[in-house]
Structures are given as C-alpha cells and as structure tokens.
Design a protein around this ligand. Structure first.
Ligand code: SF4
Ligand code: ZN
Length: 304
C-alpha cells in the first residue's frame, strides 16, 4: 500500500474516505483542514489575542504548535496559552512540565492558574469533602477559571483542542439526555448570546478525528501519554465505544453525525435564544452566568 498522493509509505488511513497518506502529505492535509476550519467559521480575526486552553495532552499541545504556525504565517493575531492546574496528584505535575516544554519550544507565553490559589484547595482535597463526581466539580471550576483568566488576560478567543470525536460524543450524549440548551452551546464556535465578559471558544480541530490529531501529535513529538486518574465518565466512555464500533462498521458515521448537527445548530441556537437563554452576571463574583448565583460560587459555598 502506498500514499494516495505520492508513492511513499503511508502513516495513516483516513477512516471516512479510506485514503492513505504518507507523513508529509498527512501534515499538509491536516494543516490545510485546520486552516479551512478557521476560515470557514471565522474563528480568528485580525487583531485577535488567541489563548489556547492548554492541558499538556496531545490535542491542546498540537493546537499550540499549529496555531503558532498560522500566527507566524499571518502575523495578524497574538497567541498565548493558559493552563489550569487542578491539583491532581500523579497527573498534573507531568502534564504541566510537558506543557511548559511545548510553550518554550514554540516560544508561546504560558500562564498557569492553580485551583489551590484560586479556590483555596486542590481538587484532590475538595473531593474528600464532596459527594459529587470529580469531573462535575472539576469541569465547573475549570470552565469558570478559564473564562475569568482568559478575559483578564485580554484574550478575545479561547481555543480548545476538541476534536470531531469529542464533539460527536457530546452531541450524542446531549440527545440521549435531552439536554438541548447545552447542545445549542456546542459547535465550532461556542456560545449563543454575546456578552463582553464571556470569551468565545473556538475549536480549530472540529473536523479532525481523534486518530488524526493523535497521529499528528505523535509525528510532531507532541504526544504525552498521561490520563487523569478521575477520568471515568461512564456515559461518555460508553458513547465513545459505541461511536467507534459504529465507525468501524459504517465508515463516515462520525462525520455524518457532525455534519447533520451543524445543519441543525442554527435552529437550536435560535430556539434557545427565543426561549430566554440570556446571560446575567453572578451576584457574588460578577462573572457571566445563566443563574443569579453562578455554579462556581454555589460549588465553592458547598465545599466550605
Ligand atoms: Fe478534571 Fe475529570 Fe478532566 Fe480529570 S478527567 S481533569 S477530573 S474533568
Ligand atoms: Zn459567581
């Protein structure tokens, strides 16, 4: 078997098209696809300050690398990275050190925010006091810290490493749970109503599969194998396996699901907007929130 573009040995076969590509052709395919996604969804504009939500994992590390390339080529926006240190022993120290190396290599400024400083306690400690699932607590606090610091650092966009598999899983999970308000907040550029305190999130890997991002990261020396010890969201794991089984039997299913969702998304956003999906400001911390007291302040109160 040879690369479909040239006769070199392939490094990957794309599941939805059965096309095999060699290293150099794959890099070109990958980078072009990111470029087209950014352009099509108007993710980055002239004068933007883009912050990458960097975890040190394969997706966000590859995102720093590729956005840095785009930035150097265009020179029309600024690039930084923001890492949230939840305080998870046996995991975060390793990924934080890797993230620092990536940013040093790419010469991208990195800001690190710690739960311990922000909320007075590491996630490991918080979990001893709470009966909620780790990812529920961690997710609320991380979303809050990311937005708050992205805003304070002057980021106009927050780029996340979500890929097509992540999005397909979220879409299916929201359908299963009938979470249509949350569903409407997904998409390549998130958010429904604009609020000056809310930094829009962009997903440049929206149309690339997990396998493609992992292959790109590996070939670029950006693949760190580290899994959070709390990573056990049962429903997501089941949906992930279901989608992977389906993709094996019916190639192109994940792309089909995402393309169908993209056609539905404008209708969903309108429906949520019309049914009063407005953004207020939390009465305690002033951050944007759909409720009077934001979820983060509520959680911090409960954990006291
Ligand atoms: Fe936080 Fe859960 Fe992600 Fe671990 S897997 S970093 S606990 S959201
Ligand atoms: Zn609040």
């Amino acid at each position: 078997m040879a690369c479909n573009n040239c006769s070199t040995r392939p490094v990957i076969t794309l599941s939805n098209s059965n096309i095999s590509l060699c290293r150099e052709c794959f890099f070109r395919y990958f980078e072009r696809k990111v470029g087209r996604t950014i352009t099509k969804h108007e993710m980055i504009r002239k004068g933007d300050h883009v912050g990458v939500a960097l975890s040190g994992g394969k997706d966000s590390s590859a995102l720093v690398h590729i956005l840095n390339k785009v930035q150097k080529r265009s020179g029309t926006f600024q690039l930084s990275a923001l890492l949230i240190d939840e305080g998870i022993s046996g995991y975060r120290a390793k990924t934080k050190a890797f993230a620092k190396r990536v940013c040093k290599r790419e010469d991208v400024p990195l800001v690190i925010v710690e739960y311990k400083k922000e909320y007075g306690s590491k996630l490991d400690r918080m979990l001893k006091k709470s009966g909620s699932s780790p990812c529920t607590i961690c997710g609320v606090l991380r979303r809050y810290s990311l937005n708050k610091h992205a805003h304070d650092l002057g980021f106009s966009k927050l780029a996340t490493g979500h890929n097509l598999d992540d999005e397909a899983q979220s879409v299916l999970m929201n359908f299963f749970k009938n979470n249509m308000d949350i569903q409407a907040r997904l998409g390549p550029v998130t958010g429904i109503v604009s609020n000056p305190d809310f930094v829009p999130r962009i997903k440049p890997f929206y149309l690339l599969t997990e396998k493609e991002v992992a292959t790109y990261s590996y070939l670029k020396g950006l693949l760190l194998v580290a899994e959070c010890p709390y990573h056990k969201e049962a429903l997501r794991e089941d949906v992930r396996n279901l989608l992977n089984d389906f993709e094996r039997q019916y190639p192109g299913s994940k792309h089909g699901l995402i393309n169908a969702f993209l056609r539905l998304l404008p209708l969903l956003k309108n429906e949520v907007k019309e049914s009063g999906g407005s953004v207020k400001n939390c009465i305690r911390c002033g951050q944007p929130s759909a409720r009077t007291l934001c979820k983060c302040c509520e959680l911090v109160e409960l954990l006291k």
